[in-house]
Design a protein around this ligand. Structure first.
Ligand code: ARG
Length: 625
């Protein structure tokens, strides 16, 4: 309370700087704030007190978790003994002069037990230096398991959107994470390379194509054609939507007016083209092959720049017709699907879902997105015999995936359904607005690189250490992008804020790269060894160094926690916790004429852990270049 009071007075005083003598007025507002503050502080204290009696303390973050212990409150409450009493008795019982631990001390009602400062280094340094790039990954599984990770999955008729970028980055991260933990990982890119949008593009191609423009810039031209036909199509789509809404308002399932609208104009042309494609019409298929190949070429170039690889460029087009028919038959046999106005649908309520209708085959007899995914699961499970499959797809697909999983369960494939996971994330993104219409995915990396020009202005010294060669700028641009993505929780809107790329704020790509480079610079010319003399370990026994070691000890734990959440932000927070320990410590080392063997070992361990974490995020640490 005294501190708060002092702060309030200081604030009042400070704010009224120019009206130093308006003291009375300040006194009045001062009393108002005090009357609010005191009761709320009392209330808070009381609440904390009650809460504390029944809680077990988990120390979060990464500091000292292995060393802190807390008393289980409920047991004490039951025995009727006061927690403080129990704690102080335990302190007395603790052996004096323990080889590994300092005497515990009481903090409130908690008993804190710490390893002796020099012990931390003795245990950890040899361990980290010995494990090197494999430090952090402990697989508890005896046999190798296989996971299929499906990610990126852009649609070839339209732009590579923010949600696809997010899927690419999160999916590649999840793949590396599984791989590090000893899984056999199959990476699949399930392209949106089939369906009505492709057919619409073909309709547009017939109207706006130019071989010359395609030769010059295939993807740019295709996007251009797509936007032109989209614009032409727009009024028809609006009319159809209105007819459907009107029908729904009147309580009719089927809108005759809508059917009428969709049976002519571009609607009819598009549906006709898609039917031809599904029927294997030669001209349609060769058009489709041509644009698919052009897109895959272009994506591959983009993924290469990001160091992302796929085992398979699959896609909606690659799903076998036979397996789709097989799924449809299964649905009919189990009486799960029914005909409705020429379409085949599943009433989700029948399957125990709250509501919804799933369309398996549409009115025009074409397969749907859902039918293709249903068949794709069966195909993949036969081809790869996976133990797990992760779909890294934006939340706009959530209903789709819950229908997919529910239908599989209803088809008596519960075991298979249990292996599937939809890792969803917010599809909201400002990326396409930032890049404008008709951009190619490479533009994402170009603007990130471009933004690095602002780094020297952000911090001349830091950017000076990193350098500005072409290679470094490229790597920094990608680091900035990756870290902004990785730091954003799955549920938050996709940031893509290029104005924040050129920054050395905590957790940014440039900042993490800077500290990594700084550690490497101090290490250059020195070889680390963990076989240290006693006095070297004692030299590491100060608070700063022991704290850094404590953070380094938490890496496997951070990896494990991340494996549960599949959120890269866990690793970002962890790396940030390391960098928070570095400024004083590195400055201290820089001031020394000779860097000690103990410090070299500590810095090398720090470098190893940072390298492992950065690589897990997909970042190439700069001095690696
Ligand atoms: N192409 C889809 C989209 O852009 C994502 C594909 C998701 N994967 C799947 N198996 N359905 O939204």
């Amino acid at each position: 309370l005294m501190v708060t009071t002092a702060v309030v007075i200081a604030l009042q005083y400070f704010c009224s700087d120019r009206a130093l003598f308006a003291w009375e007025r300040n006194v009045r507002s001062f009393w108002i704030s005090i009357t609010v503050l005191i009761p709320s502080l009392l209330l808070l204290t009381f609440a904390l007190h009650v809460f504390d009696r029944f809680k077990i303390v988990f120390t979060d973050r990464f500091n000292g978790r292995i060393e802190k212990a807390a008393l289980p409150r409920p047991a004490d409450a039951a025995s009727g003994r006061k927690p403080a009493e129990v704690s102080s008795q335990l302190v007395d019982k603790f052996p004096k002069d323990h080889a590994l631990f300092d005497p515990p001390f009481l903090e409130g009602v908690h008993l804190r037990v710490f390893l002796k400062l020099e012990i931390v280094g003795r245990i950890l340094l040899p361990y980290i230096l010995d494990r090197g790039s494999s430090y952090g990954w402990q697989s508890s599984e005896e046999t190798t398991k296989r996971v299929v990770v499906e990610f990126s999955s852009p649609n070839i008729a339209s732009e590579f959107q923010g949600k696809h970028l997010r899927s690419t980055i999160i999916g590649a991260f999840i793949s590396r994470l599984y791989e590090s933990l000893g899984w056999d990982v199959i990476r699949i890119n399930y392209l949106g390379d089939w369906g009505k949008p492709i057919a619409l593009l073909k309709v547009g191609w017939g109207k706006f194509d130019s071989e010359e423009a395609f030769k010059k810039d295939p993807i740019g031209h295709l996007l251009d054609v797509y936007h032109q036909i989209e614009e032409l199509f727009q009024p028809e789509q609006a009319a159809s939507k209105k007819a459907r809404d009107d029908a729904a308002k009147e309580g009719r399932d089927e809108g005759d007016a809508q059917v009428e609208i969709e049976s002519q104009g571009i609607f009819a042309e598009r549906n006709e083209a898609f039917k031809k494609l599904e029927a294997g019409n030669e001209a349609m298929v060769s058009f489709w092959e041509r644009i698919r190949a052009a897109n895959v070429d272009n994506y591959t170039d983009f993924y290469n720049r990001l160091s992302v690889q796929f085992d398979e460029y699959s896609g909606e087009s690659k799903v076998s017709q036979e397996v789709m028919v097989e799924v449809e038959q299964l649905l009919k046999d189990k009486d799960l699907s029914e005909e409705s106005g020429g379409a085949w649908i599943v009433h989700m309520q029948k399957l125990g879902a709250k509501a919804g209708t799933a369309i398996i085959r549409d009115r025009s007899g074409s397969s749907t997105y859902l039918l293709r995914d249903l068949a794709a699961v069966l195909e993949r499970s036969r081809k790869y015999a996976f133990d797990k499959m992760v779909y890294v797809v934006a939340s706009d697909n959530s209903v789709h995936f819950s229908q997919l999983f529910k239908i599989l369960e209803a088809l008596d494939m519960k075991d298979l359904a249990a292996k599937l996971q939809h890792v969803r994330f917010s599809e909201v993104s400002k990326m396409s607005a930032a890049l404008g219409k008709g951009y190619k995915p490479q533009a994402i990396l170009d603007v990130s690189e471009e933004a690095m020009k602002g780094l020297s202005q952000a911090d001349e010294e830091k950017s000076g250490l990193l350098g500005n060669s072409e290679q470094v700028t490229k790597t920094l641009g990608i680091s900035a992008l990756l870290l902004q993505e990785a730091a954003t929780r799955h549920t938050s809107a996709h940031a893509f804020d290029t104005s924040a790329f050129a920054s050395f704020k905590p957790s940014t790509g440039p900042e993490l790269q800077y500290w990594y480079t700084k550690v490497c610079t101090l290490l250059s010319g020195h070889a680390a060894s963990a076989e240290l003399a006693d006095d070297q370990f004692e030299g590491l026994a100060d608070e700063d160094r022991a704290n850094l070691l404590r953070v380094l000890a938490q890496y496997p734990e951070a990896v494990n926690a991340t494996f549960q959440s599949l959120e890269p932000s866990g690793i970002v927070n962890y790396l940030t916790a390391i960098t928070e320990q570095l400024p004083d410590l590195l400055e201290d080392e820089e001031d020394k004429i000779d860097i000690s063997a103990g410090s070299i070992a500590l810095l090398e361990a720090t470098r190893i852990v940072m390298q492992n974490g950065l690589k897990l995020l997909g970042v190439v640490p700069i001095p690696d270049l």
